[in-house]
Ligand binder design. Structure first.
Ligand SMILES: Cc1cc2nc3c(=O)[nH]c(=O)nc-3n(C[C@H](O)[C@H](O)[C@H](O)COP(=O)(O)OP(=O)(O)OC[C@H]3O[C@@H](n4cnc5c(N)ncnc54)[C@H](O)[C@@H]3O)c2cc1C
Ligand code: FES
Length: 257
């Protein structure tokens, strides 16, 4: 089955300021993506922008898949104006995805901003063990997917930088308070995270302090998406590793910050 395919847009809906959910229907049979994997999407039929852009899988169903995206620049500006019926080219699923959640471990999911996308996919895939979910954003308006999470019976712990909703501070501060309160239980937890690099860095130190296994999905800028251009490398204890091919999910303890 080819990873390069055409998909028709079913819906492209704004869910919060500058944030959209794109529903795509592949025109041919595709490989089912796993949480933490991503697609490279081509937003233009012409040369500008030339490169496809990476987006995590947010939700998968029998016929469709969805991505949740934030408008930040040229490609996402074009994407937001796409309409139902438009056809775009996609490559994927790519990358390794999150490791399988072990049966005796309680998953803690931590999302910063639009980093909620792959973690929502992970939360939906956990059938028997309801994860703890920490959701952070700069302010109340940028908190994403609270209703979608509640629909799958997850009530997230919320943190905003400005205190306009939930706890005031970062989502890592909120997790730190939780781990301090429950320090006797923490070895039975495993952290799965996605968000800005600074958040993953802080989380890596926190997980190290409490000796908890932790995995983070990285969102480096990408050009090829398939390990050919060396444009998305991260420095790890084993040397440079490509986020697109060997990631985007890495054990946080392996990253050299
Ligand atoms: C594996 C992976 C999964 C991703 N998943 C999602 C997702 O689910 N939803 C989503 O909204 N975005 C996601 N991203 C980021 C997304 O790919 C970029 O926002 C997008 O490529 C920007 O394209 P653009 O042309 O609109 O902006 P550009 O014009 O390319 O950039 C605009 C601004 O955004 C910055 N920027 C671009 N890419 C990134 C990035 N990866 N991280 C931080 N800053 C960046 C640029 O430095 C620049 O300042 C993911 C990235 C990766 C690598
Ligand atoms: S984007 Fe080219 S190697 Fe990762």
């Amino acid at each position: 089955m080819s990873k390069l395919f055409l998909a028709s847009i079913k819906e492209n809906k704004e869910i919060a300021g500058s944030h959209y959910i794109l529903t795509l229907s592949p025109l041919t049979k595709t490989i089912k993506p796993q949480p933490g994997q991503f697609f490279m999407l081509s937003v233009s039929n012409g040369l500008d922008p030339l490169l496809k852009r990476p987006f995590s899988i947010f939700r998968v169903s029998e016929k469709h898949f969805q991505i949740l995206y934030r408008v930040v620049g040229k490609a996402t500006e074009i994407l937001k104006n796409k309409k139902a019926g438009d056809v775009i080219e996609a490559l994927g699923p790519l990358g390794n995805g999150f490791p399988r959640i072990k049966p005796n471990i309680k998953p803690i999911l931590i999302a910063g901003g639009v980093g909620v996308a792959p973690l929502f996919a992970l939360a939906e895939s956990v059938k028997y063990k309801k994860p703890l979910f920490f959701l952070g954003a700069r302010n109340k308006k940028e908190l994403l997917c609270i209703n979608e999470l509640r629909k799958i019976r997850i009530n997230p712990v919320i943190a905003t930088d400005d205190g306009s909703a939930g706890l005031k501070g970062t989502v890592v501060d909120a997790l730190s308070a939780f781990l301090t309160r429950h320090s006797s239980l923490v070895t039975r937890h495993c952290i799965y995270a996605c968000g800005p690099k600074a958040m993953l860095r802080e989380l890596s130190f926190l997980a190290g302090k409490f000796n908890i296994e932790a995995y983070g999905a990285f969102e480096e800028n990408m050009a090829c998406g398939v390990g050919a251009c060396l444009g998305c490398m991260v420095n790890t204890k084993d040397g440079l590793r490509s986020v697109c091919k060997e990631g985007p999910v890495f054990p946080l303890g392996e990253i050299l910050w």
